[in-house]
Design a protein. Structure first.
Length: 399
């Protein structure tokens, strides 16, 4: 029994020594196909190569030990295609093999020639914009996004690069309550439909940070044209008006302020205006959830101009001077004047300014028709527009 155990152990040891001799001391030559990447060297920044990455299969010859060591070090060989002085076009170029792992020999390549398309490209720097999708939760607002890097370089055929009008990244803020940091892909807006696979963006993604905090958004809205009530005092004309500032900043839940494009204030009572002035007005907010976060002082600048008016002076006593030897009876004892002028000048009129005196001539006529003339003491800046009656009839009797 003991002899058999030793025999078995000897057989195992003999097999191990035989395997070590065959594989390590004098291993047989074998062949294997290994797929390896191809490196492009001497590339031009103005030439883009398609495919951007290439692979080819190399058939190596060597023993198992060398294949094992090459695999563990991951360096079977280095494959290259020299692109020096390459012009735009399609070419089949040979793959060069170098730095082969010791003990291995390359026998063949499949394919030996790689079909490459060389395309001339241009580059352009362009600012990255951010498109915000959605709105933060009610009661929260977002600061302007910060983009890093703020500019990217795009490369591609000239006609495609020139058609790019905008580069942007999308960030979704729908109902968020916390600050976010994302790395979205850069997207393009173009004037024409293009093959976006022919565009290279460096970098292809950007980092976007958006601070979200408690608060309500703000919006600048126009102040509507004022409404007026009442009537201006006599002698005043409204020539012009303007609202200062023409817009105000409102704040509130977005669902409320989003449809608001204009805001108004209470009507202005014209009867209370006496001269050009700046009138503070009260902005009328739609509800108590909308506020004015900035200055709530709004003025209506009003420009008034003085204009002439006409006033009527009735029942003015008519003074008649009779001849010494005559008794005179007039058809009227009073008259009416309509006078045009500025309000401040009309207010200064006294009775003596309006006095009309009719002097009756000494004549044998028993009845005369006499035209009433303007008062002599009327200030020059006032104008008589009407005298009623225009003429009077007087009867004369001798004493």
């Amino acid at each position: 029994m003991t002899d058999r155990i030793w025999l078995k152990l000897f057989s195992v040891l003999l097999a191990i020594f035989a395997w070590m001799y065959v594989n390590l001391v004098d291993p047989p030559q074998i062949r294997r196909n290994i797929e390896l990447p191809v490196e492009y060297i001497n590339t031009s920044p103005n030439i883009r190569i398609t495919p951007s990455k290439a692979m080819t299969v190399v058939r190596f010859e060597g023993n198992r030990r060398d294949f094992m060591y090459a695999k563990s070090s991951n360096r079977y060989a280095q494959l290259r295609i020299d692109l020096k002085n390459l012009k735009p076009g399609s070419f089949r170029l040979p793959v060069e093999v170098s730095n082969v792992f010791p003990g291995l020999s390359p026998i063949s390549l499949s394919p030996e020639l790689l079909l490459l398309d060389a395309e001339e490209v241009v580059s352009k720097k362009i600012k990255v914009l951010v498109e915000i999708l959605g709105q933060p939760a009610e009661g929260y607002l977002a600061d302007p996004p910060i983009v890093e890097p703020s500019e990217i370089t795009i490369l591609g055929p000239q006609e495609i690069v020139e058609s790019i009008t905008e580069c942007y990244a999308e960030i979704n803020l729908d109902r968020v309550r916390n600050s976010i940091s994302q790395t979205p892909e850069v997207l393009f807006k173009t004037t024409d439909s293009i093959d976006k696979s022919r565009i290279i963006s460096e970098p292809a993604k950007v980092r976007v940070d958006v601070a979200v905090k408690q608060g309500y958004p703000t919006k600048s809205v126009k102040i509507s044209r004022p409404s007026f009530r009442g009537k201006l005092p006599d002698g005043k004309r409204l020539d012009a008006y303007s609202v200062v500032p023409p817009e105000v900043l409102i704040s509130g839940p977005n669902r409320i302020i989003a449809p608001i494009n204009e805001i108004s204030f209470r009507p202005i009572n014209l009867s209370q205006l006496q001269e050009s002035s700046n009138i503070p007005v009260s902005i009328e907010l739609p509800n108590d959830k909308v506020t004015l976060p900035g200055s709530d002082t709004v003025y209506l600048e009003v420009k008034l101009t003085d204009i002439p008016i006409t006033r009527t002076y009735d029942a003015l006593p008519l003074e008649i001077i009779s001849p010494a030897n005559k008794t005179v009876y007039a058809s009227v004892s009073s008259y009416t004047l309509e006078i045009e002028g500025m309000t401040q000048d009309l207010d200064k009129i006294v009775t003596s300014n309006l006095k009309i005196v009719v002097t009756i001539p000494d004549t044998n006529e028993k009845e005369l028709s006499i035209k009433l003339l303007e008062p002599l003491n009327l200030p020059e800046n006032l104008k008589i527009t009407d005298i009623r009656p225009g003429t009077i009839t007087v009867s004369l009797q001798s004493l």
